[in-house]
Design a protein around this ligand. Structure first.
Ligand SMILES: Nc1ncnc2c1ncn2[C@@H]1O[C@H](COP(=O)(O)OP(=O)(O)O)[C@@H](O)[C@H]1O
Ligand SMILES: [Mg+2]
Length: 261
């Protein structure tokens, strides 16, 4: 009798220890166009991402990566399939709930930085806080500084204008802007696409540090050398997942070859 109680308790504890996925996609499909011009850009995409993972989504140009990122970031909706973000069904959220999730749960980083031109670093990083009513005005300056330092930029750059910075520095400002509302997920679409190899590596190292501090990172890239820096690599081709594996460096090419053939 006492054994069965303790077994039940153990089982319950094990169930409790399983984390819920922070991202859960089930059979996502995205179709553009109508009738004779229908193009299926994503077909039956299913995967879970757990809190604290560093995942790369890699595939050639046109394979559907940005389309997928827009769905993961709640910027676009799938044609069919279900998407849960932080245990909420995204299609059931109202506009203001969606805006809130995009602003506080997710930090976006893009290939082309998307900074306000001829505007200081400080103002660029401050921007997402305009919509965050929960951050007291007096705390904002400290949060901007903390985000800039976490993104690897020196404090002395705070009042430089965005057009006075190098590409690598601009991407760091974009990372600081993505961090300032303290999101749990960073979604980065080709963040090294406009950077030389050395600067790109520094930016990827920054993502790795942010991951070590507990953030979930999703890094989208066409470049397998960039993807190799992640712990897990999801390969996408023609809108389909062709491999999804942990990055045990030497086995990954072998495994994906087997799964394709
Ligand atoms: N709004 C759209 N209307 C029609 N086709 C689109 C649209 N957006 C993307 N596509 C097509 O979907 C495919 C995947 O695009 P995308 O997701 O941008 O790929 P990737 O980011 O991997 O390069 C491409 O063939 C592209 O032309
Ligand atoms: Mg793209």
């Amino acid at each position: 009798m006492s054994t069965s109680v303790s077994q039940t308790t153990t089982l319950k504890n094990e169930v409790d220890l399983q984390p819920s996925p922070i991202i859960s996609c089930h059979n996502l499909v995205k179709v553009y166009g109508e009738k004779d011009n229908v193009v299926t850009v994503l077909s039956n995409i299913s995967f879970n991402i757990y809190p604290g993972e560093f995942t790369a989504i890699v595939g050639p140009s046109g394979s559907g990566k940005t389309t997928l990122m827009n769905i993961l970031g709640a910027l676009d909706s799938p044609t069919s399939g279900s998407y849960m973000l932080d245990s909420k069904i995204v299609s059931s959220l109202k506009d203001d709930e969606l805006a809130d999730i995009r602003n506080t749960k997710i930090g976006f980083v893009f290939q082309s930085f998307n900074l306000l031109p001829r505007t200081t670093v400080e103002r660029n990083v401050r921007l997402p806080m305009i919509y965050s009513t929960n951050i007291a005005i007096k705390d904002r300056k400290n949060k901007i500084l903390a985000a800039i330092l976490a993104a690897g930029l020196e404090e002395s750059k705070l009042y430089n204008k965005s057009n006075q910075l190098s590409g690598g520095q601009m991407q760091r400002v974009a990372i600081a802007r993505a961090l300032v509302n303290d999101p749990s997920i960073i979604l980065a679409d080709e963040p090294t696409g406009n950077l030389d190899q050395t600067t790109g590596k520094i930016v990827i190292d920054t993502f790795r540090q942010l991951n070590q501090q507990g953030r979930t990172i999703i890094l989208i890239t066409h470049d397998l050398n960039v993807a190799y820096h992640a712990q897990r690599i999801i390969h996408i081709e023609d809108g389909k997942i062709i491999a999804d594996e942990l990055n045990h460096k030497n086995s990954i090419r072998e495994k994906s070859k087997n799964e394709i053939s």
